[in-house]
Design a binder for this molecule. Structure first.
Ligand SMILES: Cc1cc2nc3c(=O)[nH]c(=O)nc-3n(C[C@H](O)[C@H](O)[C@H](O)COP(=O)(O)O)c2cc1C
Length: 187
């Protein structure tokens, strides 16, 4: 089994989200493949990239490198997304990554009766975040990923967050430990 770790922890080794992701990943038995979005530095899709990809889709040139990230995502058995809570959602690098992944006839397709149907193999998408405040009522990043998981045919989504980490006077270790308890409950 393969778990794909989509690492959107843009602060690298300083990231509390990354700490939680690593602890979660250390406790699973799958092979873990990591996509480091800070290192990858993907550019958003523009007109020429859309035209290029559309042409490759039309000619079914599925081995073109433009589809590599989509194939990798679609073939993983489990997905783990690590993303800090930025501006009520997540770093834009994650949205750009999803532009590369979200490909018709790799991640989803249309049925004969024109229904969008997910064709990714993953059974779960686990979203791990850390937040300066509390996300209650504004968990837009995770909610968006739930929509993506539904579109891609991933049946189960799970959420873990260490919250309130930037609140003056808060016990950061205690908040991190609460997230660790959530991680333990996933296993
Ligand atoms: C660009 C940016 C935007 C942020 N936006 C929010 C926000 O909207 N709400 C919030 O509670 N915290 C926000 N924060 C604080 C982070 O969520 C918090 O520091 C988090 O723990 C960072 O995760 P990291 O340690 O993995 O980098 C933001 C931080 C940055 C750098």
């Amino acid at each position: 089994m393969t778990t794909l770790f989509v690492n959107a922890c843009m602060r690298g080794e300083e990231s509390r989200t990354l700490t939680l992701c690593r602890e979660y990943l250390a406790g699973i038995t799958d092979d873990v493949v990591e996509v480091d979005l800070a290192a990858l530095d993907l550019k958003p899709f523009d007109a020429s990239k859309v035209a290029y990809r559309t042409e490759k889709q039309k000619t079914q040139a599925w081995d073109d490198p433009i589809f590599d990230l989509s194939h990798q995502f679609a073939e993983a058995d489990h997905i783990v997304v690590g993303a800090p809570y930025w501006d009520l959602s997540f770093p834009s690098a994650l949205k750009v990554y999803l532009e590369y992944v979200s490909v018709c006839d790799i991640a989803f397709h249309y049925t004969e009766d024109a229904r969008c149907e997910g064709i990714c193999k993953a059974k779960t998408l686990t979203y791990i975040a850390s937040c300066g405040g509390f996300v209650e009522g504004a968990n837009f990043g995770y909610e968006y990923l739930c929509g993506i998981a539904k579109m891609f045919g991933i049946p189960e989504t799970r959420f873990v967050a260490a919250e309130g980490l930037d609140i003056v006077g808060i016990d950061v270790d205690e908040q991190m430990n609460k997230a660790r308890e959530q991680i333990a409950a996933l296993r």
